[in-house]
Design a protein around this ligand. Structure first.
Ligand code: GRF
Length: 233
């Protein structure tokens, strides 16, 4: 049976826990989206196994991920309307970014614009947050444009830095928030698309859809919404 919904392609290089969160969310009634293709530059990426278990087609691309023509052809062949970078460790070639302008998201494990940019990924991000003495961290979902980690921010979720945190402890707390934030954004994107009656063509080169929520204001922990659900209700 064909299930309608926003067609989402995911690029991932690692364990794929964010991909798993998307796969799980896509199975929910009224999800409004489905994962149609998972692409990785690493044959041993856990993300590929997760996609395989969910029955989602996978493709392994050259390890440097530089073949723009191949990537665009794969994404267009899958009729992807939205492309999500979920732990994708290669720079996406500018031609691919241009082909999916306004329709490509990335999740970053810190509160951009701080702690982003070239070389800031994985453990390094959390080390930098701890070294700065920041009291808050948390994931950011943003549009991908030609500049590293600088595309428009769509959503963020503040996560407290606890006294005595090491990079692993902080990463684990942030990752938990990632697993809720990323599906929330994709669901909202799917809803926005449905309301506008749009398709891939309409979004091409145009403004991204207006999502149903904006980033929660950052403030002292005490002022944060009591729960994620409350903030995104
Ligand atoms: C996440 O922390 C994400 O923010 C970053 O890479 C990590 C991927 O983790 N871009 P996973 O492969 O989804 O578990």
């Amino acid at each position: 049976m064909t299930v309608a919904g926003l067609r989402v392609a995911v690029l991932a290089s690692g364990s794929g826990s964010n991909l798993q969160a998307l796969l799980d969310a896509a199975r929910e009634p009224e999800a409004g989206f489905r994962i149609v293709l998972v692409i990785s530059n690493r044959p041993d990426a856990g993300a590929l196994a997760r996609a395989g278990r969910a029955g989602v087609p996978t493709t392994i691309i050259g390890s440097d991920g530089r073949d723009a023509g191949e990537l665009v052809a794969l994404l267009q062949g899958a009729r992807a309307e939205l492309v999500v970078l979920a732990g994708y460790l290669k720079l996406v070639p500018p031609e691919v970014v241009a082909a999916f302008a306004g329709r490509m998201l990335n999740i970053h494990p810190a509160l951009l614009p701080a702690f982003g940019g070239p070389g800031m990924h994985g453990r390094r991000v959390h080390e930098a947050v701890l070294a700065s003495g920041a009291r808050l961290s948390g994931p950011t979902v943003h549009l991908v444009d030609a500049r590293y980690d600088q595309g428009r921010i769509l959503a963020q979720w503040p996560v407290p830095v606890a006294p005595g945190d090491d990079p692993d402890a902080l990463a684990a707390r942030v990752l938990e928030a990632e697993h809720r934030l990323l599906p929330a954004v994709v669901r909202a994107w799917a809803r926005a698309r449905t309301h506008r009656g749009t398709d891939a063509q309409t979004h091409r080169g145009g403004a991204p859809p207006t999502l149903g929520f904006s980033a929660p204001a950052l403030g002292p922990c005490a002022a944060l919404p009591a729960s994620f659900d409350e903030a995104f209700a």
